[in-house]
Write a new protein. Sequence first.
Length: 123
Amino acid sequence: MYQLTLTNNSNVSVGFMGGNQVIPSGDGWKSGDLGDVGIIVPTRGTLSFHDIGDKHIPGDSDETWGVLIAYQGEEFVGRYEGGGQLAVEINAFYQAVLSGMHLRQVYLPAVEMAGVATSVSAS
């Protein structure tokens, strides 16, 4: 499991999928242990975090545990040992600025065809 610290330095509030919490402009939020969560950034879409456990995506690093981070068609994997600490800042341009884990950008197509070798390893 990993923990997430979110800092909202944009000029709008961001919210969680399902609408159960809002983080106002200039405010922050710190989670307990997380699995999957989605944060909606107005005009930009969903910033999603998916706990991938010990599964690896080609191009990520060797640490045991991982979280897949997806935003606006780009994917990153944060890897860690033990308890992971991921920090995310939503900046003035609504970009997600990531830090706190071993982070690598990965290529993960949104669609694959049945019967064709996949780009994701199942290890």
